[in-house]
Design a protein around this ligand. Structure first.
Ligand code: MG
Length: 368
């Protein structure tokens, strides 16, 4: 009988998680407290207010905000009478932003601090959403509005149900554990696509150090009906950010591995769950790299930028043909981004110790 592991968290997502095992019909049996050292990661060390980066518009913002650099008239970054804002700070490594319109809040991961955070739109209230998060990294939302999360520490992909329980969707391929699922996207047909580099098992900072069981660093797909996991792409050094074009005919995947530093695009057969005709979409990142990305409604690709020249830290926007349209300059290396706000025209950027946001002249492509 096919068996899955369920993690049930309390309604408030406290650390008092209990692992459960269940069969395919949903019968559950408690197994005991959450195992291992994952819940023992050192707590965040909040800086005194005097040492924290200030929130609000950046100090040198002057309209038009110089942090928005247009290289093409099609660039939709920033608005003429708007500033780039730091909306939250105090993290060790912010990643995996996802926005929930119904609640008007942003969720994101603080990977080394083993927690997920929630930032409310209306009053900028910041609180812990889940701890331990099993070193959660990438997050997205499926077409039913449910949170999907990649866990480094858990080495699995999980879904948060409407009642707050957490279902493990996949934790292995060919009976071998994943490396450390990194980023994730949900298709309209219910299939879930995610990347599996080794970043979360290379050390004990963003997960737990261990030897990989997988022979490759794949892009995987979880079938919507059978739950079967299959390999979609197997020739990346370190597959990282992933997103579809608005019509889902194209799949974009970032390679952030040593010497790779590019985005590739593939033609997608969504029904068969396959891709073909892979080619380089953008590769002008070195000596920096890009990590995460999202598409807007026009098919432009917005990706993070960092780890190289600090003057290039931030976000880039590329046309569907791969032309660089413009940049958003941030004072920190940017890992990932997402469109949020009720109209999906507010760009949230997870950048090292802080989260930044600005309004843009476009909207995110995937609105569940
Ligand atoms: Mg990533």
């Amino acid at each position: 009988m096919h068996r899955r592991t369920f993690l049930t968290a309390s309604a408030l997502m406290t650390a008092a998680a209990v692992t459960r095992e269940t069969d395919a019909r949903g019968a559950e049996a408690p197994l005991g407290p959450t195992e291992g050292p994952l819940g023992a990661t050192a707590a965040a060390m909040p800086l005194p207010p005097s040492e924290q980066l200030p929130l609000g518009p950046l100090m040198d913002a002057h309209y038009p905000d110089r942090h928005f650099e247009s290289l093409d008239k099609r660039f939709k970054g920033g608005v003429s009478n708007g500033a780039l804002e730091r909306v939250a700070t105090g993290f060790r490594w912010a990643e995996g932003p996802v926005y929930f319109r119904a609640g008007r809040y942003l969720l994101f991961s603080d990977i080394p601090n083993n927690r997920m955070m929630r930032l409310l739109d209306d009053d900028n209230h910041l609180s812990v959403f889940r701890s331990p998060s099993f070193n959660a990294n990438g997050n997205t939302v499926d077409r039913q509005g449910r949170l999907l999360t990649c866990e480094h520490g858990g080495r699995r992909v999980v879904r948060t149900e409407y009642d707050g329980t957490v279902t493990v969707l996949a934790d292995r391929y060919e009976n071998k554990r994943f490396n450390s699922p990194n980023d994730i996207v949900a298709a309209s047909n219910g299939s879930i696509w995610f990347t599996d580099p080794t970043y979360g098992i290379l050390g004990n900072y963003e997960g737990l150090a261990t030897q990989p069981e997988q022979s490759k660093h794949n892009v995987f797909r979880i079938d919507a009906h059978s739950g079967r996991v299959s390999v979609v792409i197997d020739d990346f050094v370190q597959p990282n950010g992933i997103c579809f074009s608005p019509d889902e005919n194209k799949l974009y995947v970032i390679d952030s591995g040593e010497g790779a530093a590019h985005i590739r695009v593939f033609d997608v057969d969504l029904d068969r769950g396959t891709v073909r005709n892979g080619r380089v979409f953008a590769n002008d990142f070195a000596p920096g790299i890009t990590d995460g990305m999202r598409a807007d409604v026009d098919g432009n690709i917005w990706c993070s930028m960092g780890w190289g020249d600090p003057k290039e830290d931030g976000v880039r926007s590329y046309s569907p043909a791969g032309e660089l349209l413009g940049k958003i300059h941030l004072p920190e290396t940017c890992a990932n981004l997402t469109f949020g706000g009720l109209l999906h025209n507010r760009l949230y950027m997870c950048a090292s110790t802080s989260v930044y946001a600005c309004y843009v002249n476009t909207q995110g492509a995937a609105i569940p």
